[in-house]
Design a protein. Sequence first.
Length: 110
Amino acid sequence: AKQRRKIEHPEVVRRFAARLRELRTSRGMTQAQLAEAASLTTTYITRLENAGAAPGIDTVDLLATALGCTVTDLLTAATAAPDAQAVARAQVRRLAETLAGSADLDTLLL
């Protein structure tokens, strides 16, 4: 059997992985929700967050858009703790969008 060799990525990939996870969790998103919003797979998001893959610039742009931030925000280390109110708003917004897309009229009128 052929042995699979683990690829060691540069430090920048590990820093990107940590920042991606930090931004995703600060927005109350699961890996699956981020994957769906960015049109990627959950497996790929997991690999990115574990520094097991180095994304292309097009993927960084997709992730930034899905996270509601800029590419620069995604590539820059955080300087402040996430705003709890902003996180709650983002969670409510995603819930409302999900509900609006699948609920019947009676449910929507609640």
